[in-house]
Design a protein around this ligand. Structure first.
Ligand code: GLN
Length: 380
């Protein structure tokens, strides 16, 4: 394996889903719904396949999808973007992240990430040859430590990578935090890469796109996808939105990574993103009910629970149960209790900082969530 990937292991999601299958454990680990996406979107994909929309799509997205993404972005943020020059459709947000790093980061550039963070960030930053600096979000609030952020920015900093709503903590960045990040980035002429795939899954607060703050569109890449919003994580349709001076690099990287993304699924994505407002209202309502079941259940089991304002994840402190660290706890949970969670140390630059925390996913039907809680009540 190449040196730039030597330190990365099999992703924790793959490892845990394998163990779940092996031990017949209830999988609250990898974040994928155990229910299907909406019929009208699946129908649109089937129709597109029957209609012969099966050859390569235009590299940066079928025109209708770029237009629909621009419409959605305008509704969500008030920003007017050029669907041709400022949107690139990618193979999931994971590719948007990779193409952004590979298309905009030079070897040796510094990029700041908030730790914990989604595991692909560190691997793609390594592929791009970036120097990574971390700023830790700490429980119980996982607030952004603004002074620490200021102190790690240097003249070599090219970008700050943010993720709101945040995986794994479920934290939603506040307007104050985003304003502070924005002003630091403007003062230091730094870019922001913003992963917003859980933007429709916010419960007590609003989601704010940092690109919509004054002076920020010019220096922001906003990334999103279809997977979480439409319970279609296997479709791998994502996108990046950025001003032309940034989108060109992303477009180039994307051209040589995957060239284009599944054509019929792009047609179906047009139908999805044109869903009526009621779709998004119901999605949120359903997830609030699931969140209540898991959060209350985990509290009853005896965890210290950090209730999330967004995403479909809950982070808890497992130390009341007396295991050495998060990995040991998750192993015990799978083998002796029959439930899968994700150890959070894998999301930290310094794994020590995550050793008390594990993440559960609530993108599961209510019976599954209740069954997992029952197992933990019985056996933990
Ligand atoms: N984003 C999902 C999670 O955090 C999983 C993605 C993956 O399996 N690579 O669980």
């Amino acid at each position: 394996v190449a040196k730039r990937l030597e330190k990365f292991k099999t992703t924790i999601f793959t490892q845990m889903s394998l163990l779940a299958a092996q031990y017949g454990a209830i999988n609250l680990g990898q974040g994928f719904p155990n229910f299907d996406g909406p019929e009208f979107v699946k129908e649109a994909a089937i129709e597109a396949i029957r209609d012969g929309k099966n050859q390569y799509a235009r590299g940066y997205g079928i025109p209708d999808l770029n237009i629909t993404i621009a419409d959605r972005f305008r509704k969500d943020t008030g920003l007017e973007v050029d669907p041709e020059k400022e949107i690139i459709v990618t193979t999931g947000c994971t590719e948007a992240i990779a193409a952004t790093m590979l298309g905009l980061i030079n070897h040796g550039d510094e990029v700041i990430v908030f730790s914990p963070c989604y595991d692909s960030y560190l691997a793609t930053l390594s592929m791009a040859g970036a120097k990574v600096k971390g700023v830790t979000l700490r429980p119980p609030e996982f607030s952004v430590p603004i002074e620490e952020l200021k102190s790690v920015i240097s003249k070599n900093t090219r970008a700050v990578l943010i993720n709101t709503p945040h995986n794994p903590t479920g934290k939603v960045f506040t307007r104050e935090e985003l304003n502070a990040i924005a002003s630091i980035c403007i003062d230091n002429d730094v870019l922001v890469f913003s992963d917003e795939v859980y933007d429709k899954l916010v419960y007590d607060v609003d989601h704010i796109s940092i690109a919509s703050l004054p002076g920020m569109f010019e220096r922001t890449v906003t990334m999103n996808s279809l997977g979480k919003t439409f319970s279609l994580t296997g479709w791998k349709i994502g996108w990046a939105i950025a001003p032309p001076h940034l989108s060109w690099g992303i477009k180039q990287a994307h051209s040589f990574l995957t060239f284009a993304t599944a054509t019929p699924l792009q047609w179906a994505s047009v139908a999805a993103l044109r869903a009526p407002d009621s779709y998004f209202v119901e999605l949120k309502r359903d997830y609030m009910a699931k969140r209540a079941i898991l959060v209350e259940g985990l509290k009853d089991v005896g965890f210290e629970v950090f209730s999330p304002s967004g995403t479909y994840f809950v982070v808890v402190d497992h130390t009341p149960f007396g295991h050495e660290d998060d990995i040991a706890f998750c192993e015990y949970l799978i083998k002796e209790v029959g439930v899968v969670a994700i150890p959070t140390s894998v999301f930290y630059l310094n794994p020590e900082e995550g050793k008390n925390l594990v993440r559960f996913a609530f993108c599961k039907d209510e019976a599954t969530l209740r069954a997992a809680i029952e197992r933990m009540k019985d056996k933990l």
